[in-house]
Design a protein around this ligand. Structure first.
Ligand SMILES: *Cc1c(COP(=O)(O)O)cnc(C)c1O
Ligand SMILES: [Zn+2]
Length: 424
């Protein structure tokens, strides 16, 4: 067995992976989230930078199979959909504009269902089948659910989804077309989450909801593994990550942590969490954290960035402890700054990001404005979801809201060109 134990992030108790599916019974579902532990010295023997180089046929998350929690028997459940090894684009003009040495954007909008969540769903549909589950469920602001539905499509699993009724239309359309059973809850994501948890317990469904399922962070760590390999094992100085429940950022830390344990890299980058001003309980907990207990104070979430509209974050303990271990920090951005970031990203890089993903870029701009970046910094920004997921927000973000409507004649073209200031 590769996975030697599941360890509670709060009390440190260890459990065997056969004994437990979700959280530490002593600390409960909120504080008792589990870390997946490996036998690193054993893995180190067969898994090296050189052995990775030889996997030149496999540019997906599965090139990192030796440090993913899938045992021999589970490998037959790996889906053909191509997940991960997303592009890490370098933008030189933008780096100059903001005064940093190097600027990279990791574009996870190109995953099969167009968000970072595919990394976790690809893994968890395997766990569900290893555990002989028939039904898998998930509460989600939209992306985790549509990703689960997509990765369950080619399996015998039935997918039952809890989303807030306000989820963007594109995410709902994805769910329905993949054939998931969709329960649109009249309430917030935080309410949908609690409802899903209760239903899963009552009916014995396998639960993919954020944080309580320890394998999700293992899927979400693959973004960090890729960044390190794409930069030839010279890790960046800063990685900016948008934060809702806190699982993606925990995954980014865990990925670098595993690479450090295995001797692939020399250190862990500073990890910067970016939250929306109207939904920033993890930022507040981080600022109060003194190395002892994480103080949790929930709030009512209010932001247009639906994927991070989380007032009761489920991976708050891990996120606070991990970012602290990475000597990182948290920053918050307003909805206005997020909208501005969507537009600037699209116009200057060609990357079209959904609001939560653009929040990470807005956080980068805010750091620059506050003079918190250094000329020698090498920065990576995680773009976690595609802009096509939320067209309404994009229309709001665009400087020009409407196209120029014309009649079907060259005279009309001429009139339009004048109007657009492009008169020949
Ligand atoms: C889920 C999600 C996030 C935040 O991840 P958490 O684990 O909830 O912190 C950020 N961006 C996008 C696009 C997401 O779907
Ligand atoms: Zn515990």
């Amino acid at each position: 067995m590769k996975v030697v134990a599941l360890r509670c992030i709060t009390c440190g108790s260890s459990y065997s992976p056969e004994e437990l599916d979700y959280t530490c019974p002593r600390c409960g579902p909120r504080r008792g989230t589990l870390e997946v532990l490996y036998d690193y010295s054993k893995i180190r023997r067969g898994f090296t930078r050189e052995s990775l180089k030889k996997r030149s046929q496999n540019y997906t998350i599965w090139r990192y199979l030796p440090i993913l929690p899938v045992e021999e028997e589970g490998q037959r459940y790996i889906q053909p959909l191509r997940v991960g090894w997303t592009p890490l684009y370098r933008f030189e003009q933008l780096a100059r504009k903001y005064g940093v040495r190097e600027l990279y954007l990791k574009d996870d909008g190109v995953n099969p269902t167009a968000s970072y969540k595919d990394r976790a769903s690809a893994l968890v549909v395997i766990k569900a089948q290893e555990k002989n589950k028939k039904i898998i469920t998930c509460a989600s602001t939209g992306n985790a659910a549509s990703s689960l539905a997509g990765f369950a499509a080619n399996t015998a699993l039935t997918t039952i989804i809890f989303v807030p009724k306000s989820a963007p239309a594109a995410k709902l359309a994805q769910l329905l077309i993949y054939g998931a059973k969709v329960l649109a809850v009249e309430g917030s994501y935080d309410q949908a989450y609690d409802l899903c948890l209760e239903a899963a317990e009552r009916y014995g469904w396998y639960n993919r909801s954020a944080a309580i399922n320890p394998y999700l962070v293992e899927g979400k760590k693959t973004g960090a593994l890729e960044i390190a390999e794409q930069l030839d094992w010279e890790v960046p100085d800063l990685v900016l990550v948008p934060v809702g429940d806190g699982s993606v950022i925990s995954g980014i830390y865990k990925g670098f942590h595993d690479l450090l344990e295995l001797g692939f890299i020399a250190g862990i980058p500073k990890i910067i969490g970016v939250q929306a001003e109207g939904a920033s309980p993890i930022k507040r907990a981080f600022e109060r954290y003194d190395g002892n207990e994480v103080i949790i104070e929930d709030q009512e979430a209010k932001t247009l960035a639906d994927s991070i509209a989380v007032g009761k974050p489920r991976d708050i303990v891990k996120a606070v402890k991990y970012v602290s271990a990475a000597k990182g920090s948290f920053i918050s951005v307003s909805d206005q700054e997020i909208l501005r970031a969507i537009g600037e990203l699209a116009r200057r890089t060609g990357i079209f990001a959904e609001p939560a993903a653009a929040a990470a870029y807005a956080g980068f701009r805010a750091l620059a404005e506050q003079g918190r970046l250094s000329k020698s910094d090498r920065v990576v920004i995680m773009i976690t979801g595609s802009g096509l997921k939320d067209i309404a927000a994009a229309r709001e973000a665009a400087e020009v809201k409407e196209p120029y409507t014309i009649g079907a004649s060259l005279d009309e073209v001429e009139r339009a060109l004048k109007g657009l200031g492009l008169a020949p």
